[in-house]
Design a protein around this ligand. Sequence first.
Ligand SMILES: [Zn+2]
Length: 165
Amino acid sequence: MAILERITKNVNNKYWDSGENNFPKTDRFPVKNRYTAGMAGQKFLEGIKEEAKIYGTRCEKCNVTFVPGKLYCERCFERLSDSWVEVGNSGTVHTFTVAWVEKDGSAKKKPSIIAAIKIADGFILHRLENCAPEEVKIGMEVKAKFKPKNQRKGHLMDISGFHPA
Ligand SMILES: [Zn+2]
């Protein structure tokens, strides 16, 4: 279940799905409490799902653009609920790691690269694709690749990954 879906009874919320159709059921984890993305998280995820756009919020006082957007500036506490801005779909690699091992401990056939992508003044943690581990550089420009609209569910994985720009 994508995080934008709402439930009215906690008993209906039995697990959180990774959002990947090819993951086995063992990759679901049980949910015992109701959780929502919150107002800012919902706006951020809806931007990805409906428009294939990444939104942040801007505090003009502090000259900071938060990604994902926040309802309040963490520096001056200014309310930012009306300060949503498109931040583009590109960013730079701030840091990254390479995973060589599957969750079950076996060697991966192909390593995966997970990076903190700096967009405006914030970060998104996501997969880097279309590049080999030895090609990744701190500061390299990357661009979000969105799944087709009919496959997007209101989940960060609606972005299938970031590719070199
Ligand atoms: Zn501020």
